[in-house]
Design a binder for this molecule. Structure first.
Ligand code: LFR
Length: 491
């Protein structure tokens, strides 16, 4: 069988990577070709993404590939969700895409619900309410008279925008568009009334295309400049979480997943959206997956808590490797204090350790002193929150859930994997940690006709990677601890 090489660009809110996935004889190998930082860019009180910098990094990756003479079959780009750039009628990009952690959407929900009631927005979109959803960004951009919006003919979501920079061709890929809270998950079309209420013309969004669609080839100039040639760019599952879920190495539907990175996305894959009184109350989302599936999930604040603490410690001269972090947590006293990872104060605090300490003080718990205390508190609290969310999921899932697949970078944290298994009382299967890049490349492979269904993709992934299983331990202890956690977080 011929060897196929797929180049997956996987760009998160803190870093991006170019990963080469090579497929041969029903298995794949992968190699990271290039890694680059992605940082929020503050300019006069507003926060942006430096999209031109990302573009340069994509070009660098293409040149690296060309230099090694790697024959690349196609390219796919996935990124974080909800954000977008504005394009003028001549196709020029207007300003920089606004970043979802820009506080301009604070309080936007309540204001928007005066125009369209909260229940109605949920009924139409099935999307969890997060103030940074594209709908509320557009609403606030309109209120601010944000010049790029005023002059825009259309918007392109970040993966589509980067594909556009590479090819000059525009698409609106379904999985990423589904995170916007502008799309109806049943019809898979945009809901014009939601944009109209925000004071934005519905013509600002294009017709959606499904993952696997060809966007176009690299522009002549790029093909030449990077030396890689006229490679096709495929609209993969452009939302990183959709790519990650596509790569869960499961054999049947009876699983929940936890895509673990800066965010912890916990959910199930369903054939139909679940838009009910209960899903509304629990604020679950119905985002788009591959093959028309729904990702019924909830955002949990994940490694963000730790990442922010780590930055502080590094500044103070205490830079820890990931393995040291896990070791420190293992040494700290267990079950001393818990936080609600989703407390709004942790969304973008100026000082994460102070925010955690403040939470403990307010809830009458011992304030953490050593770095290890913070780490232990974060890991235990995450595991307990996972239990809380998986219980909700079990109540709403149309099928039995009997295991949790943890994928993404966080799946390498064996201590947290064990805590999670203990807390949820179910087996945890960890890996692949590179799920997003794998899912990205598998959609390219499907587009090339090498695999045909998501189950075939998953089989291929299961055959190519090693997973590790964690069985629940100390269940009675964790049950008591869960009750204590519920009291602290007041649920
Ligand atoms: C994860 C993610 C989440 C989305 C958040 C913001 O990287 O894409 O799925 O809710 O980032 O876009």
């Amino acid at each position: 069988m011929k060897k196929h090489n797929f180049l997956a660009f996987d760009i998160g809110a803190t870093s991006g990577r170019a990963v080469l996935v090579s497929l041969m004889n029903g298995k794949f190998e992968m190699r990271e070709l290039h890694r680059f930082p992605n940082n929020l860019l503050e300019l006069h009180g507003k926060y942006y993404w430096n999209i031109y910098n990302l573009y340069e990094e994509l070009k660098k990756s293409l040149s690296l590939c060309a230099r090694e003479d790697i024959p690349v079959d196609s390219i796919g780009i996935d990124t974080w969700g909800v954000d977008f750039g504005y394009l003028a009628s001549d196709g020029s990009l207007l300003g920089l895409p606004r970043a979802y952690r820009d506080p301009y959407t604070e309080g936007a929900l309540e204001e928007y619900f005066r125009l369209v009631p909260r229940e109605e927005v949920y009924r139409l979109t099935g999307i969890q309410f997060m103030n940074f959803n594209s709908l509320f960004q557009l609403f606030r951009a309109r209120k601010e008279d944000f010049a790029p919006l005023k002059n825009a003919e259309e918007i392109l979501f970040i993966p589509d925008l980067l594909s556009y920079l590479l090819t000059g061709k525009k698409v609106c890929e379904y999985t990423d568009a589904s995170t916007s809270q502008l799309l109806n998950p049943v019809t898979k079309q945009f809901e014009p009334s939601l944009l109209e209420a925000a004071g934005v013309s519905p013509s600002i969004v294009r017709q959606v295309v499904m993952p696997g669609t060809l966007v176009g080839e690299l522009t002549d100039v790029l093909a030449e400049e990077t030396g890689i040639g006229k490679i096709p760019v495929i609209a993969v599952a452009g939302h990183d979480t959709a790519s990650a879920v596509a790569a869960v190495p499961a054999r049947d539907e009876h699983f929940a997943y936890l895509s673990s990175g800066t965010w912890s996305l916990m959910g199930i894959e369903t054939e139909q959206p679940i838009i009910t009184e209960e899903s509304y109350r629990n604020n679950f989302t119905n985002e788009g997956g591959i093959e028309g599936t729904t990702r019924f999930l909830k955002n949990i604040t994940g490694m963000w808590l730790l990442e922010q603490c780590r930055k502080e410690w590094e500044k103070a001269g205490r830079a820890y490797a990931y393995s040291e972090i896990v070791e420190l947590a293992g040494q700290a006293a267990p079950f001393v204090r818990f936080v609600d990872p989703d407390d709004p104060r942790f969304a973008n605090p100026t000082c994460m350790t102070k925010a955690i300490a403040g939470y403990c003080e307010e809830t009458g718990q011992p304030v953490p002193e050593m770095d290890a205390d913070f780490i232990r508190c974060i890991f235990e609290s995450l595991a307990l929150r996972y239990n809380e969310v998986i219980r909700m999921l079990k109540g709403m899932a149309p099928f039995r859930i009997d295991r949790l697949h943890v994928i993404g970078g966080g799946s390498k944290n064996n201590l947290l994997n064990q805590f999670t298994a203990n807390a949820i009382g179910m087996p945890v299967i960890a890996g692949p940690s590179e799920a997003t890049a794998i899912g990205n490349s598998m959609v390219q492979a499907r587009s090339a006709g090498i695999v045909s269904t998501r189950w075939e993709m998953r089989q291929l992934i299961a055959d190519s990677i090693q997973t590790e299983t964690f069985l629940p331990q100390d269940e009675t202890v964790w049950k008591d601890v869960y009750d204590r956690y519920l009291q602290v977080v007041k649920r």
